[in-house]
Write a protein that binds this ligand. Sequence first.
Ligand code: GLN
Length: 503
Amino acid sequence: MRNLNRLTAQAMVDAFSSGKMTSVQATEAALDRIAQVDGAVHAFLHVDAEGALEAAEAVDKDRAAGKSLPLLAGVPVAVKDVLVTKGLPTTAGSRILEGWMPPYDATVVERLKAARMPIIGKTNMDEFAMGSSTEHSGYGPTHNPWDLDRIPGGSGGGSAASLAAFEVPLAIGSDTGGSIRQPAAVTGTVGVKPTYGAVSRYGVIALASSLDQVGPCARTVHDAALLHEVIAGHDPRDATSLPEAVPPVVTAANRGRQDGLEGVRVGVIKELTGEGFQSGVRQRFEEAIHQLSSLGAKVTEVSCPSFAYALAAYYLILPSEASSNLAKYDSVRFGLRVDDGGTIERVMGATRAAGFGDEVKRRIILGTYALSAGYYDAYYGSAQKVRTLIQRDFGEAFGAVDVLVSPTCPTTAFRLGEQVDDPLTMYLNDIATIPANLAGIPGMSLPIGLAPEDGLPVGLQILAPARVDDRLYRVGAALEGALVDVWAGTLLTQAPPLEGVPV
Ligand code: GLN
């Protein structure tokens, strides 16, 4: 078979079972592609060629012996460096964890291994998942495969870029305020933040524990659904893990693709479509709304007035929780230690000064201030009240419609360097994604075309009530099906091939 890198996960599964391809071939193709383009893209912080090939060989051997295997057995996957991997370096994009080797696997990583998926490597990210561009990585930025001078989104830019550069067919991300959905939008890929608690956080390096959620990244909605079913489900090691069965997301995706959206009520979020959104983003979004209507959906406008406060509340809650979660990087327990021969306090101070980047320090200072006695009620307490208001807005909206939609982010991929020194502008990228994290509901971003003014991908966000993640997949797969007909392939077939990029 030719062009193995361009196959979807489902196509690989089919090729394995018909004997047209082996897992070793799929894994080698991924590793070759990484060798060819990752010098320019920098999606990976660590590539585990040996481990991946070993896993692939074992799968091929079992397949040849006629053993029954899990569906995605042999399909290569990349993992965001925020999940701990036994025996593989894990840094969360921070210099403070450089050289640290986790002694255990995150539950999600265990599940990938149980599904017999070769883990190709760990993907780049903004330090401790703080950012929207991967420029805050302690190891240098990732570049957007559509235009190497542009950002691939963040914090999970590495996972998204690894898909858009055709290095791997599937990847894992984490989303605290949009870090799966926004990178998906600006790279023309699909990313899903499941319901809070639907995927285990055990072994996920915490940013803000009440917001963090791990989810699937892929090039198609159906592929995302396949990966979703592998990683989701109850985990007794995570106290916030939901007890119920995983919603039938693969069936939902198939149903959306086949049957359209007759009778599905779609609400367009009024507050997330107007001012501040790039004209090409708005144009593609409006066209997608028409597609949803032609698929049979009933589209109405819905107002969520408290969303005006979402960004402000998030940027108090997140730093507060992060300042507490990051206190454990103390030079004693993990990673870096800068020993200047002084007291333990001085060693800690010197280690944190050297190991953390500017954005992390900014948020630790902000969070510590917001949580301090005397300010707690004014800041953290008020932000929590806003959270309740946002949940109420969603509650009311979902009384009237089945799913909500908006553009995933206000603009297409911006240029590297353009926003990195301007935190407030960077934070505004999250305006449409943050409400879902504050309410714990699931969200998906899928590509809906290229903005006419710059030829870069635009993403549409779908939101559903908590625990009905399957609805995202039904609507997403239906829309994707209609658009793939328009484009005669996925949006990525229009991406620049990257062949011959200077590495
Ligand atoms: N851009 C958001 C932030 O910087 C996204 C964080 C995330 O989802 N990990 O906080």
